[in-house]
Design a protein around this ligand. Sequence first.
Ligand code: HEC
Length: 276
Amino acid sequence: MRSFLLTLGIALLAMPVGGIASPEQDLADFREYYEKRFPGTPFHDYVNGVYSIDPESRAQWEEIEEFAPYELSISNGEALFKKPFANGNTYASCFENGGVGIRQNYPYFDTDRGEVITLELAINECREANGEKPLKWKKGPIADISAYMAYTSRGNVIDIKIPDDPRALAAYERGKKHFYQKRGQLNMACADCHKFYAGYKVRADLLSPALGHLTHFPVYRSKWGGMGTTHRRYGGCNAQVRAKPHPAQSAEYRALEYFHTYMSNGLAVNGPGARK
Ligand code: HEC
């Protein structure tokens, strides 16, 4: 009896407080939601965005992929990545494994600094540490460098960690809140379009599932006529509901990216991607 009560007590202590589920539980629930909604889509296929749930647009996209519009960005990104800074160092000096095959580890929570570090942030911090000016955040060279780094990481499985640090959990919760909170004149959350209405049409677009969203960034979008980073896309999606976008690399978007990428844990990197 005593040990039963003790076990019960421990079980109660381990329960999430105030209805906040653990990230592990969130992830399990998130996957299960899509599994039930799209029983025909195997888990690994969510890396293909809307094409994972719609055979018709998939055929068009496979044609686009044959002449991948991001090829030029990858080669441009590679040249930029390898070109020495004025001081003789290269980007490789700033990253683990010389920056090759590491996309799946970003964003991560830096427990020394107490903040979320995205790949683009690390790229610009590398420049500044080497006496170079930072690049613009949303497109152009930074997207190309990020595309090359993603390309060298294709096939590596996303494995975002939430370290045992209340600030890491707070960043995760902030991102989760952004994802589920309704906003803008249309009063819609990310989750409305990319979870509850995934697979439905909004004007000419079929809404993609958020599971696997961030495996293929940066992305070449025909509508942009070029590459864009994750935060460029976030700004566009905030604007769609007529909400004011947050600045790229703001703490808000970094937190969102942290939560959003964590929800794609277990899926393989396939960036850069191509979308309509
Ligand atoms: C009113 C509906 C709507 C809302 C709300 C919305 N989006 Fe989107 N989003 C779209 C549409 C439409 C597209 C383009 C088609 C697609 O891939 O879903 C898109 C595309 C995306 C993509 C690219 C998918 C890919 O495969 O490349 C990402 C990532 C994304 N949205 C994230 C978000 C996030 C994060 C939020 C909340 C800040 C959000 N969206 C809110 C409509 C919405």
